[in-house]
Design a protein around this ligand. Structure first.
Ligand code: PLP
Length: 390
């Protein structure tokens, strides 16, 4: 199998697997020796991750993953700051874990504004600033986009928010562990399984002093920000993965970028496509391309039949026929959006994987182009509305 869908999830690194195998099993809240061992393992993991990314361990709140961390950031900050204002600004290319949380807040009496992006998928800073009207309590802009890989100007946005005394949340699920990264915002989402750690763990960093109300109440764990018994094995694996990713970050990011260039150049030699996302300010592991005249979904299915795993959009959105909101926000036509395929590389991607993909993709594209419906062919008629997925 050639796995090129690492933006969806990654294989667990051996270091993380080994750490998980020897993680203590007990409940970290138990006062006996077994419980104390589990507590120590969780607190060591917290310190490791906070140290790696330059944060205060007391701010690191373990969650089940990035979705929960994003939900906690938006719902938690909104509830805590309800008396101060009711306006929230999010970028138009956020993950649904942020966008849908913002939508739900509207039902609860909040007001949400969407910050636009340019054709590369970068938030337009001046437009975002204009949206920060009085009463704005929170801005949420991701560190890097999961569909096209574009990096956002988060340092500049953090500065603007600081000067306006507005909280800033950034979803760094795709950036942490892949590029140089610091816990620089008031609220930061990170995820274990996107960086070769296990599924079932993530974190919301809450900078000390940042107001946040819990979503889950009960046992008072995680500094009363997230009740529930900690997933010790996943948390220990998360810290081991983060440490391992940091230990070879420079070399592996450079190697992955070289492999991505090899993939792009190799495919370019025998087929045509347009690369989506910022040409330079982009994560090293994501290559999103539009194969004009081809249905991206059909490419995914045809490649799957040949043992190649890729994605036609973000995994979380790919169960529905709704066109990618990210590509739409970047101004792409429905046809171009429909023809886009995402290749995402990982720490364990090899040259052989890339060479196999380079050999397999162009013939698939050629065949699908020859049978594509008129609406997808260059100069063809508009496609009929899609009723649903086959
Ligand atoms: N945020 C970003 C940027 C993501 O890429 C994802 C997953 O694709 C999520 C949040 C949600 O992550 P999870 O489904 O692991 O909770």
């Amino acid at each position: 199998m050639i796995y090129l869908d690492n933006a969806s999830t990654t294989r667990i690194r051996p270091e993380a697997r080994a750490a998980m195998a020897s993680a203590p099993f007990a409940n970290p809240s138990s006062i006996h020796a077994a419980g104390r061992a589990a507590r120590k393992a969780v607190e060591d993991a917290r310190e490791t991750i906070a140290d790696l990314y330059g944060g205060d361990p007391k701010g690191l709140t373990f969650t089940s993953g990035a979705t929960e961390a994003d939900n906690l950031a938006l719902f938690g900050a909104a509830e805590a700051l309800r008396a101060k204002g009711n306006r929230i600004v999010v970028s138009s290319v956020e993950h649904p874990a942020v966008l849908e949380a913002a939508e739900r807040l509207v039902k609860g009496g909040f007001e949400t504004a969407l910050a636009p992006v340019d054709s590369d998928g970068r938030v337009i800073l001046a437009a975002l600033e204009k949206l920060l009207t009085p009463g704005t309590i929170l801005v949420s802009v991701m560190a890097a986009n999961n569909e096209v890989g574009t990096l956002q100007p988060v340092a500049e946005i953090a500065e603007v928010c600081r000067s306006r005394k507005v909280l800033f949340h950034t979803d760094a699920a795709q950036a942490a562990g892949k590029i140089a990264f610091k816990l620089g915002a008031d609220l930061v989402t990170i995820s274990s399984h996107k960086m070769h750690g296990p599924r079932g763990a993530g974190a919301l960093y809450v900078k000390p002093g940042t107001p946040i109300a819990p979503l889950q109440v009960g046992g008072g764990q995680e500094f009363e920000r997230r009740a529930g018994t900690e997933a010790v094995e996943s948390i220990v694996g998360f810290a081991a993965a983060a440490r391992s990713m940091a230990s070879d970050l420079k070399e592996s990011a450079a190697r992955i970028e070289r492999l991505r260039t090899r993939l792009e150049a190799g495919m370019r030699a025998s087929t045509s496509f347009k690369v989506q996302g910022h040409p330079k300010e982009r994560l090293p592991h994501i290559l999103s391309v539009a194969f004009e005249g081809c249905d991206g979904e059909a490419v995914v299915i045809a490649l799957d039949a040949q043992g190649v795993c890729v994605s036609s959009g973000s995994a979380c959105a790919s169960q529905s026929m709704v066109p990618s909101h990210v590509l739409t926000a970047m101004g792409r036509s429905p046809e171009e959006t429909r023809s886009t395929v995402r290749f995402s590389l990982g720490w364990d991607t090899t040259e052989a994987d890339i060479d196999a993909a380079v050999a397999l993709v162009p013939p698939v594209v050629k065949r699908l182009r020859s049978i594509a419906p008129a609406g997808l062919r260059p100069g063809g008629a508009a496609p009929a509305a899609q009723a649903g997925r086959p």
